[in-house]
Design a protein around this ligand. Structure first.
Ligand code: SF4
Length: 365
């Protein structure tokens, strides 16, 4: 199969590739940032974020030294915030171990926080011209169809097989001469032509060599496998306004939305009444409050957890915010790097002209 798909694929890529700002740079740092942003976010969204992020943190050192709240603010809306934290941890490691320049060796890249085999391969091939595979979901789909594979990419053996195919393709020209372009061409084909539903085989540059196309049922690959069920939890959230300000608290350094400022909240035990969870969250923030009643409720789906956020109003009784918690006014709330999971509460607060109306006088209406 060597060389058989590479030439038409690269010709097609040269003629049709989408313009993306990170494709105009050879800066390994910029390429790394784009790869991390693209992992769980659409290309069109990433475009504007990437340019802003690169202006705000133009070098590895700038990212390593950035205040965490600035970083989270720049990431706000992209979701999966652990990516931003891992980026900064890796940036610090690059400064310490590699003098501020990304290493070109895939093994060194993979030792950095948050960089898995895919990102290491993508950066090594695109930024440094190394013949390393970069097998993302698009490439899994394209290979599964082209070569009519049954392998499960979620399992080590399946992953190894797919990477082995990529390596063998990258070992021969013309892919060997342009490994970064070849990897990007495979991903681009998966993203724009060999899509999950209704692949456009009529315009595909490798259809002559595609086994799935020959069967007439390309959607039969990759094989569908039932996904494990995502667990569910209810989250109690307290909105406690006092003298024109509202209470926010830093979340624990581990677990969901680690280290973020957010409205005091806690996961409810099975069957636990919401007010009990709200009280617990507020007390952990140092504030005693009367739980007044439900204010809003909305679902939010994290990658590893489905939730319903149950938000209650709370009237301040006493106490002072502990370290990490504080009162914020309307302007601060607007600018706060707040996780998307709490955005509906911020919006509702900003749409409420007088926060005193959330207090005890509304308790029994
Ligand atoms: Fe995918 Fe069709 Fe191209 Fe095969 S011919 S790689 S199924 S788009």
């Amino acid at each position: 199969m060597n060389g058989s798909i590479a030439a038409p694929l690269l010709d097609w890529f040269d003629a049709t590739k989408r313009d993306m700002p990170w494709r105009r740079t050879r800066d390994p740092y910029g390429i790394w940032i784009s790869e991390v942003m693209l992992q769980q976010t659409q290309v069109d969204t990433v475009r504007s974020y990437w340019e802003r992020f690169m202006r705000r943190f133009p070098t590895v050192t700038a990212l390593a030294e950035a205040p965490v709240d600035d970083l989270l603010k720049a990431w706000e809306g992209l979701g999966y915030y652990s990516r931003a934290r891992n980026l900064q941890a890796a940036a610090r490691q690059i400064v310490e171990r590699h003098g501020g320049s990304l290493p070109s060796e895939p093994g060194e890249l993979a030792r950095l926080t948050g960089i898995g085999p895919y990102t290491a391969g993508a950066v090594a091939s695109i930024a440094f011209g190394r013949p390393e595979p970069a097998v993302d979901g698009n490439v899994v789909r394209v290979f599964s169809r082209l070569f009519w594979l049954d392998d499960d990419a979620a399992r080590p053996a399946g992953r190894a097989r797919l990477e082995g195919i990529a390596r063998s393709l990258l070992a021969a020209p013309p892919a060997a001469d342009r490994p970064g372009d070849f990897n990007q061409a495979l991903m681009e084909l998966g993203a724009t032509v060999c899509t999950p539903r209704a692949p456009d085989c009529a315009v595909c540059p490798v259809r002559e060599r595609c086994l799935a196309h020959a069967t007439g049922d390309p959607e039969a690959r990759p094989l569908r496998r039932s996904k494990p069920k995502v667990p569910y939890a209810e989250i109690a959230v307290g909105v406690c306004a006092h003298q024109g300000r509202v209470l926010v608290a830093r979340r624990p350094t581990r677990g969901l939305l680690a280290g973020f400022l957010a409205f005091p909240s806690d996961r409810l035990a099975a069957g636990e009444p919401v007010p009990a969870g709200v009280s617990r969250a507020l007390e952990a923030s140092g504030v005693r409050a009367e739980i007044l009643g439900p204010w809003m409720e909305f679902p939010f789906v994290f990658s590893s957890l489905r939730t319903t956020h149950k938000v209650f109003r709370a009237g301040y009784l006493g106490g002072a915010p502990v370290s990490g918690a504080r009162w914020v006014d309307r302007r601060e709330l607007e600018e706060l790097a707040l996780p998307t999971a709490f955005a509906p509460i911020r919006e509702a607060l900003l749409a409420t002209p007088d926060w005193a109306s959330l207090g005890p006088e509304r308790a029994h209406v």
